[in-house]
Write a new protein. Structure first.
Length: 314
């Protein structure tokens, strides 16, 4: 309970007294991630206390030691003294967490380039979800890491994705809606008015009877950003197990097409292009990744469904 004599003090200041075994920075992190609640509600570290509030802390399980080198196969599309560009397959987790203690991209990077142990997060400056495929960049030195983080903050890194969504969109657009943790399900993200700024640009690449292929560019890089923003537009990604909702099929779909949709194994999202300024040379660099087989097969099935019904209607 917050002592009444601490009335008017910031929450993070009070927490240091209530939980002296933990650092102030760690307590601030737990407030932001929802492990600490005040009278059952989420608060901000700077919120002022009245005194008498009930504070609850659920200490998360400690993350496994990420600094374990393992021979994880890596598809390296570019490598020099400053950078690694990886084409990540589906199913590969980027860094260790409670449910994935090893066998991650980070473990593989440390095996491939042991010097990455001296760089924060083994040089990983942005991430892709486990079942999102495609390109990401890794900083090989502290100087390159600082430079790439600054480029991400200044929004000069170009990240383009191919996304296949439910529903038909007439035109492209921009989603400018803040994102934060879901108020109930802490494993999910959601559009929330008090969240962090999140901006997603998209354009139509190809239309089908009940689906649309989009090219998406990120201006910011929030967790699950594309998945959350497209679901917010009522056009969730095909196959998304978290934000996708029920299976959607157009009228008179063939059994083969319905089965293709039902069997698609993940969210239909692929990081198809990556552009940045090289930290050492200052040159503009760009890499592209081929569309993976599973998304190609999905698009082919959608084309067959569209063309078959266009032919029968003519």
């Amino acid at each position: 309970m917050v002592p009444f004599e601490r009335s008017g003090d910031r929450l993070d200041q009070v927490l240091v007294e209530l939980f002296p075994d933990y650092s102030r920075s760690r307590l601030q992190t737990w407030v932001k991630s929802g492990e600490i609640t005040v009278d059952g509600a989420l608060r901000k570290p700077r919120d002022k206390m009245l005194g008498g509030e009930t504070v609850r802390l659920v200490v998360p399980e400690p993350e496994p030691d990420p600094m374990q080198a393992q021979p994880v196969p890596l598809n390296i599309v570019y490598e020099d003294d400053a950078l690694l560009v990886i084409d990540k397959p589906i199913g590969l987790v980027v860094h260790p967490a409670a449910g994935n203690p090893d066998g991650t991209l980070m473990n593989g990077l440390l095996h491939h380039a042991p010097e990455l142990a001296a760089v924060p997060r083994a040089g990983i400056v942005h991430r892709l979800d486990k079942d999102t495929s495609g390109l990401l960049v890794v900083a090989r030195t502290l100087a390159a890491h600082k430079n790439l983080v600054e480029q991400l903050q200044e929004r000069t890194v170009s990240r383009e994705y191919l996304a296949v969504v439910n529903g038909t969109l007439v035109a492209g657009g921009t989603v400018d809606e803040p994102i934060d943790r879901h108020p109930v399900d802490r494993k999910r993200m959601a559009v929330r008015h008090n969240g962090r700024e999140a901006i997603t640009h998209f354009r139509v690449d190809e239309r089908f009877r009940a689906h649309t292929a989009l090219r998406v560019k990120l201006e910011t890089g929030r967790t699950h950003q594309i998945r959350v923003h497209m679901a917010h537009l009522k056009h969730p990604l095909v196959g998304d197990p978290v934000y996708g909702g029920r299976l959607r099929t157009p009228p008179d779909s063939s059994p083969e097409f319905i089965e293709a949709l039902r069997r698609f194994p993940r969210q239909a999202l692929h990081a198809v292009a990556l552009g940045l300024v090289h930290p050492l040379t200052g040159e503009e660099c760009r890499w592209e990744s081929p569309i993976p087989d599973d998304i190609q097969a999905l698009l082919a099935a959608m084309r067959v469904d569209r063309d078959t019904h266009e032919t029968s209607a003519s």
